[in-house]
Write a protein that binds this ligand. Structure first.
Ligand SMILES: [Zn+2]
Length: 185
């Protein structure tokens, strides 16, 4: 499976709202191959999520996974999410670090809902309806934003926390902590 090029900030695909995948297109070999390639691309880039616009494709589709080979059985298993709708669970917002595969090397504190209900289709076209919480909720909101032409910089309330990865790791993150910003999405 080929690894696809990831487009960076400035590419119009990142600012163009994605279209819903029409019924019937999901099962096509080309779409299934795109999904496989996106999973491969996310893993090759050591990311925890990837949305179709990040590989220059305008479908409402994203993948995510946050597992650590050293800790089998833990983490967030692979999900393929098609044509999603998100409903925030509650009104409060929580801040944590985020990075983006399309904005290499930067990290910033981003407010997100701590939990969101996800209604979507899986890659077989079966309905998904689940509650994502914590780090998973953060990933889902980051990827959902990509489907609407929004990047995490747009969500930051204050650019004081914006940092390059090396400086972030050196000065800003607690040693031993495993915050959201460790791997981009
Ligand atoms: Zn991103």
């Amino acid at each position: 499976m080929p690894v696809l090029p990831i487009v960076r900030l400035g590419h119009p695909a990142l600012r163009t709202p994605a279209e819903p995948l029409p019924a019937g297109r999901l099962e096509e070999a080309a779409t299934q191959r795109l999904i496989d390639d996106m999973i491969e691309t996310m893993r090759a880039a050591d990311g925890v999520g990837l949305a179709a616009p990040q590989v220059g494709t305008g479908w409402q589709l994203f993948v995510y996974e946050a597992v650590d080979a050293a800790r089998p059985g833990e983490g967030i298993p692979l999900r393929v999410v098609v044509n999603p709708m998100l409903v925030p669970d509650g009104h409060e917002l929580v801040y944590d670090w985020e990075g983006c595969l399309s904005i290499p090397d930067l990290r910033g504190l981003v407010p997100r809902h701590p939990a969101v209900r996800v209604r979507a289709l899986d890659r077989a076209g079966n309905p998904l309806d689940y509650l994502a919480e914590g780090f998973e909720a953060r990933i889902v909101q980051h990827e959902f934003d990509h489907l609407n032409g929004v990047v995490f910089l747009d969500r930051m309330r204050d650019f004081q926390s914006l940092a390059f990865y090396e400086e972030w790791e050196r000065y800003l993150v607690e040693p031993g902590a495993a915050p959201g910003g460790a791997r981009p999405e």
